[in-house]
Design a binder for this molecule. Structure first.
Ligand SMILES: [Zn+2]
Length: 296
């Protein structure tokens, strides 16, 4: 469901989005007027306001994922793909929010990183599995990305971009054909150009908090999420280039480690490691090493 509060009058207008383009046009104009007068004063929190519907978000994510697939080297190892998708499916079952068509793919890159596209697609770098020392650390990274999607952070970023006039082309595409292919293409173009890919610090903190809950509900030990961040911190000292990409799209792990440490202290229990993790990692270490992610 869209992230509108139950008492939000615009929700009822938005639910009729399939009615006709004219209605949608006026609805969006009203929404823009409401927001330009309300959002800046803090009366309408960004988090509860979205110009992007769940269906649009899914269409945008599909388009962006098709573009990402052309640029990213996907790991062609079915066993590893299945292992990661199985972990992902368990996390998705524990996640709240709209029923997005989540997908999990592994990029054949050595850097420790992962990213989520709007409405479902999640990419994990092979470097995460190779650097992790137990399964709960991999589950922690994936849970953080699932939380970004479940909490609709991309819809929030797109809405902010539209309101900040960065996405006027996107807004006109949405007005033009009720969020069809043109809008998805325009938004995906903005996303893959990095304009909206970076989440706010608040989004990151929320993804940690919600992700921790998701991974625990799905049966993993919450300490894994903290351990991977600590691993990133030590990598930053010994091999800075391997974490550069992560730092370009995430806040410094130190901030997140501090935020998580207290929450994790009461999050013991659950699965830490499995034979599947150990055999997958051993299998990857025997293959040709992953390549370095190309810099733009
Ligand atoms: Zn994040």
């Amino acid at each position: 469901m869209p992230a509108f509060a139950d008492d939000d009058p615009t929700k009822h207008l938005l639910r009729r989005r399939r009615a006709c383009n004219v209605k949608r046009h006026w609805m969006l104009v009203v929404a823009v007027v409401l927001c330009t007068t309300g959002c800046t004063s803090g009366d309408v929190p960004w988090k509860d306001f979205s110009l992007v519907s769940v269906d649009q978000e899914i269409a945008i994510g599909r388009e962006a994922n098709a573009q990402v697939r052309q640029d990213v080297a996907e790991l062609s190892d079915a066993a590893t793909g299945k292992y990661i998708s199985d972990i992902g499916a368990r996390l998705v079952e524990a996640a709240r929010g709209p029923e997005y068509p989540y997908t999990f793919s592994v990029a054949n890159y050595r850097e420790i990183n992962a990213f989520a596209l709007p409405g479902g697609p999640i990419w994990l770098h092979r470097g995460v599995i190779q650097a992790a020392t137990n399964e709960s650390q991999v589950a922690g990274v994936l849970a953080h990305e699932v939380a970004h999607i479940a909490q609709r952070h991309a819809a929030g970023q797109l809405t902010k971009g539209i309101m900040a006039n960065l996405g006027l082309g996107l807004l006109s595409a949405m007005l033009g054909n009720a969020g069809g292919a043109d809008a998805a293409q325009a938004a995906a173009g903005l996303l893959t150009n990095g304009m909206f890919l970076k989440f706010s610090r608040d989004d990151e903190r929320e993804a940690d908090r919600v992700g921790l809950q998701i991974m625990r509900d799905a049966g993993w030990d919450g300490r894994g999420m903290l351990e991977l961040l600590e691993l990133l911190q030590s990598e930053a000292e010994s091999n800075p280039s391997s974490v550069e990409i992560f730092f370009s799209s995430h806040p410094a792990p130190q901030d997140r480690v501090e935020g998580l440490r207290e929450a994790v202290s009461s999050a013991h229990g659950g699965t830490r490691d499995t034979t599947e993790f150990r055999s997958t990692k051993a299998r990857l270490l025997k293959m040709a090493p992953p390549r370095s992610m190309p810099r733009q």
